[in-house]
Design a protein around this ligand. Structure first.
Ligand SMILES: [Zn+2]
Length: 435
């Protein structure tokens, strides 16, 4: 401390003034930093020092790893060199408190090494001048570090507890509004909630999520952040436990403490828990909300393969109340008769159905005898088809290459004869043209 005494006698010690506000500080207007720097000025004067350089980091955390603090780094560089960039000698640091400088051991050791890189340095704060080379000076600094580390730990535990306490009370998640609910996250959104409910029913009934997403796009539906619905977002929406009023936290269903009962949310559910369980059961575990959490990427991209050649290719020809044709995609379902072990039914209106074998026969006829010249299949493909060498996928590709779609006229109730003309082809203008 002889140096210090000497300086006091002859003049003021040139020090670096450092200030920092963390990101949780109310405003990033530099107000907090200016305030600290002013206190540093006063402290320096009171302790026989004079501020020759100012370093500040505004809105930067010192407790989170990986946050760069340019002001801090620049000051350490100047301390190591012994002077500022314009050649002013630095013999110490003034700060309002140690935790402005360091809250993590890594920063502490860097700061300490830079400060004591040369002899005769001082550390100054409103409590007085500290000799960083003495055991007492070092201990004081370590105690400050210890307090800062503890505080950081307590604070993050407090935040975790706060989230948990809110969750077990069934308080809705913070963050963007979930699809299906209004801004209050409690009341159902009249339109979206109906869509979610219908999507869950459709999915339980065997509809592909991709098709549901397409329907939503056709309806002009967007996510609550403006995104276009896709299979992934629809899966996330319809399998989220919140649809039945359950609360999940980080991908785990929250239970009432000490029980196996899920925490009931305070918001209005869209479907009862059985429906949520039923819709979840239609997905492989990896694609479920609960196994992924809300933000995690999907592990599997499950997509039920159509097992019938006409699925999706056949379109509903029944009339809607406004006189237009439904044109909804038809998919195969289990039929009730021996003659029709499966039937194609419109997924949109359900008002049009056709015997599966009848429709498939009609499709085959169209392909082999009715196709216009330009839309004929090659001889090789024909032979492979009739020879039984093609699987459903290949047959679907062959049909798709020739037919844009087929419109199915609704049948006449009680007519037992097969009417192949019910399947009306829409041939492609150019073979192989994409839909
Ligand atoms: Zn229809």
């Amino acid at each position: 401390m002889n140096d210090l005494v000497a300086y006091r006698g002859t003049g003021l010690i040139p020090v670096a003034s450092y200030a920092r506000t963390s990101e949780d500080f109310r405003q990033r207007d530099g107000h907090g930093v200016r305030h600290q720097l002013r206190i540093n000025e006063r402290t320096a004067r009171q302790q026989g020092c004079r501020v020759v350089a100012v370093y500040a980091d505004n809105g930067l955390s010192a407790s989170r790893p990986g946050v760069a603090r340019p002001g801090f780094d620049r000051m350490l560089g100047d301390l190591l060199r012994g002077s500022t960039s314009d050649g002013q000698e630095i013999r110490g640091v003034v700060c309002v408190a140690d935790d402005r400088l360091y809250r993590r051991p890594e920063d502490f050791s860097r700061f300490y090494a830079s400060l004591t890189a040369r002899e005769g340095r001082v550390y100054v704060d409103p409590r007085g001048v500290r000799d960083p080379y003495s055991q007492e000076g070092l201990l004081q600094a370590v105690r400050s570090l210890d307090a800062a580390v503890t505080e950081t730990r307590v604070r993050s535990q407090r935040i975790t507890n706060w989230h948990w306490a809110r969750a077990v009370e069934g308080v809705p998640h913070s963050g963007p509004r979930p699809f299906g609910w209004q801004e209050d996250r409690i009341t159902l959104h009249p339109y979206e909630a109906v869509l979610v409910q219908r999507a869950i029913s459709d999915r339980i009934g065997g509809k592909a999520v991709r098709a549901i997403a397409r329907d939503w796009c056709d309806l002009g539906v967007t996510g609550t952040r403006g995104g276009r619905p896709n299979a992934q977002t629809v899966t996330q929406i319809i399998t989220a436990p919140r649809v039945c009023g359950y609360r999940a936290n980080k991908g785990v269903l929250l239970l009432v403490p000490g029980t196996t009962r899920p925490v009931p949310g305070q918001w209005a559910p869209i479907v009862p828990p059985e429906r949520w369980q039923a819709v979840c059961a239609t997905f492989s575990p990896g694609s479920l909300y609960l196994h992924r959490g809300s933000g995690a990427p999907r592990l599997t991209e499950e997509r039920a393969k159509p097992r019938r050649i006409g699925s999706g290719l056949l379109r509903c020809g029944s009339q809607r109340s406004d006189g237009t044709e439904c044109r909804g995609a038809m998919s195969a379902q289990k039929g009730r008769s021996k003659r029709s072990p499966y039937v194609y039914t419109c997924r949109s209106c359900s008002r049009c159905s056709i015997s599966g074998p009848l429709a498939d026969e009609a499709l085959e006829r169209l392909l082999f005898s009715a196709a216009p010249e330009h839309a004929r299949l090659s001889e090789t493909v024909r032979r492979r088809w009739t020879g039984g060498d093609m699987d459903v996928d290949e047959k679907r590709r062959a049909l798709r290459s020739v037919l844009a779609c087929c419109v199915v006229r609704p049948g006449v109730k009680g007519n037992p004869s097969w009417d192949h003309t019910r399947v009306q082809p829409v041939f492609r203008r150019v073979v192989g043209e994409s839909p």
